[in-house]
Design a protein around this ligand. Sequence first.
Ligand code: ATP
Ligand code: MG
Length: 394
Amino acid sequence: MESVNHCSFCSKHKDTVGKLIVGHDVAICNECVQLCDGLLKNKKNTSTRSEIKVPNPRDIRDYLNQYVVGQDSAKIVLSVAIANHYKRINNPDNFVEKSNILMLGPTGVGKTLLAKTVAKYLNVPFVIADATTLTEAGYVGEDADSLITRLYQHADCDVARAERGIVFLDEVDKISRKSESSTVTRDVSGEGVQQALLKLIEGTTIKISPTGSRKSDQYVEIDTTNILFIAGGAFINLDKIVKTRVQGTSMGFAAQLKNGDDMVNETVISEDLVKYGMIPEFVGRFSNVVSLQSLTKLQLISILKDVKHNFIEQYRWLFSQDGVDLEFEEESLELIAEKTLESKTGARGLHTELERILLPHMFDLHTYRKQSILKIAISPKLVNTPITLAQENG
Ligand SMILES: Nc1ncnc2c1ncn2[C@@H]1O[C@H](COP(=O)(O)OP(=O)(O)OP(=O)(O)O)[C@@H](O)[C@H]1O
Ligand SMILES: [Mg+2]
């Protein structure tokens, strides 16, 4: 008997698929097995649709507090939106409008961190997508629909679960169209990506290939109406647009403004974002706009030593692997925070500072025990002038 070389379902040749399982005169490829598995799970899950327990916003906020310092209003907006999202998807009549969220704020203050932390807490499928990697359909790259494919995969190929998931669109400011804002780096296609996202956010039925293969003629349909979208972006120089509007268009006023000032939460309105280069329909789909604030010195110190899995804890663990204890004097922490504030990179600068100070030690850490060095205490002097390898060797 001639052996079967093609999948009996999708006709793909055995060389073009991962695995071909051959039976008596028939065969099935791994992609079709996955598809069938998804279809079976869908059937199972439609009956359990409304059994998700609604989390309470205070519990979500308390969880976020363990990992994210400050940003109180963003935490509250996020927690309420997520609790409402759960209520809404449990409602069989579906008459409650969703409230997508847009988070604005300077670089390194916790936008992506909030999204990632929320993702850990949730038991609905959640994907984080970088808007800069998205292209319009038909262009090389990941098109907007592929977000839903990822959501479907995160939902273990369960359509019902995917349809109530959450998508976090990061760096949305980078898909603004060319506008008055001189910082926009993207070309015309940014607007096309916004248009493509608009359809998903608005609610549409899209056909996706469960295996991610573009050629496959098998697909599942996903209705995006109930998927919650959270967007984040630094929107550099948006503050100038806001302040120009608030203070009048006089060049004299605008020129007096310092670059990189915090956006004033209440004053960011849709028109500002449109002026920045977001299309009005896109902005209109985000009923909650919340600004994150620059971090203060005290907050930076707290990020260094108080949050769960904080930076100091991370480095202490690394040092402990070589049997060396690492300590920081309180004043050193303050100095690190001050230097970070100057760098205007948000909390990311803390990491840079710590690397600068600790790198020379880490290079030779494995020799410290032999030299009976069991403890390194970081004094303010060491923060200002870290040891260099030459000094260490000499
Ligand atoms: N509020 C915060 N609380 C605790 N850690 C923070 C906070 N903000 C930033 N961090 C730390 O800084 C890192 C970078 O922050 P994050 O990725 O959230 O910045 P972002 O606001 O998304 O900036 P960007 O606009 O550049 O993407 C985080 O991984 C975290 O370690
Ligand atoms: Mg980010």
